[in-house]
Design a protein around this ligand. Structure first.
Ligand SMILES: [Zn+2]
Length: 351
């Protein structure tokens, strides 16, 4: 091969190499362009949780309402599964999967996911009372209380007792009495329940005199003594099912025990009637007197069938604030004391 040919071949090789290099560079540029969105996607699917926090360090809620505290996860699209922890479960509780305020007070609410956590202080308050002018006068008689520490006298007989028509009582439960006001409200509730869910309540107990309560209590004591218990033991055991005379709400005449047609006391809260009653009775002035979550206060086991008439205003306040009668009366007394203290500290000027 001549030297001239060699030069030509070298020139061609350089030319080809340069062409290949340019082509490779072009492919690289093209690849970079098409790969870019892919790289962005890879960054997006990195869902590792970096932190969780709350927007603020405290929040307030009304008793009965759901706590609105939403943790913020970073990155925002991180895989996160929250576990909640309530420091004081007397103040906050879980109802139907939601965290709700049960009574007034402050507690810490914590949430965690993996080994990351955050907490917020939650203060629960009772809903304010309606303005003074819209309140009916406080009916102390309606708010009379008979419980383990408040005893009614043997001579206490409510005013305006009336015989409950037999078509409102369960089969075999005749000759029952209640106060006129309580029965009028019950009748309206009974009609509305039937109208809305086509179910009926049947009254199995209402007013019980002091003498009748004594009879029931003595019978319960005797039952345990017949089983070989001492009279002290028998009296204690009888308290599990029967109130001592003077301590039963039934003596007030505004307390009613209901049942459905199947007479299923123990699971009444699971029946359509029991559910409707729990959700609606306050509209007619009744309260479920012994709620499931207040057993430590009332000292009576949950009785979804035992309703007490207190009037619409008081019943509504107790319902929306999740208060039992003992708590509500304490609250009333506190408000009264505060008003008295204010009046003492700020004497009025009268000409
Ligand atoms: Zn009862």
């Amino acid at each position: 091969m001549s030297e001239e040919n060699n030069v030509v071949i070298t020139a061609l090789t350089i030319q080809r190499t340069a062409f290949i290099l340019i082509a490779l560079a072009a492919v690289a540029v093209l690849c970079k362009k098409t790969l870019s969105p892919g790289r962005a996607r890879i960054r997006q699917i990195d869902h590792t949780l970096q932190s969780i926090s709350f927007d603020c360090d405290q929040t307030a809620v009304y008793v009965g309402d759901e706590v609105q505290a939403t943790p913020v996860a970073r990155p925002r699209n991180a895989d996160v599964s929250y576990t909640w922890e309530i420091a004081d479960d007397g103040i906050l509780g879980v109802r139907d999967g939601r965290i709700v305020a049960l009574k007034s007070g402050s507690t810490l609410l914590g949430t965690s996911s993996g080994n990351l956590s955050a907490q917020i202080k939650v203060t629960a308050k009772y809903k304010p009372l309606p303005p003074e002018s819209t309140l009916p006068p406080l009916y102390y008689e309606k708010l009379m209380i008979a419980n383990y520490k408040n005893t009614l006298g043997a001579d206490f007989v409510p005013k305006n007792l009336m015989k409950i028509p037999d078509n409102y009582t369960a089969e075999g439960y005749f000759g029952l009495y209640a106060t006129e006001e309580a029965f009028a409200a019950y009748k309206k509730m009974y009609m509305d329940m039937y109208h809305e869910i086509k179910c009926r309540m049947h009254i199995i107990s209402a007013y019980r005199s002091y003498a009748k309560q004594s009879e029931l209590y003595n019978k319960a004591v005797q039952k345990y003594m017949d089983l070989g218990r001492s009279s002290t033991e028998a009296r204690f055991l009888a308290l599990g099912t029967t109130q001592t005379p003077g301590n039963s709400e039934h003596q007030l005449g505004c307390t009613i025990d209901v049942s459905n047609a199947n007479n299923t006391d123990h699971d009444y809260h699971d029946t359509p009637e029991g559910k409707w009653l729990a959700e609606n009775c306050y509209k007619y002035g009744f309260i479920i007197r012994y709620p499931a979550d207040k057993e430590d206060i009332t000292r009576i086991k949950y009785e979804p069938w035992h309703i007490r008439y207190v009037g619409v205003h008081h019943a509504t306040y107790m319902y929306v604030n999740n208060l039992c009668l003992e708590e509500y009366i304490d609250l009333q007394k506190e408000a009264e004391t505060a008003a008295n203290d204010y009046a003492l500290e700020n004497p009025a000027t009268v000409d």
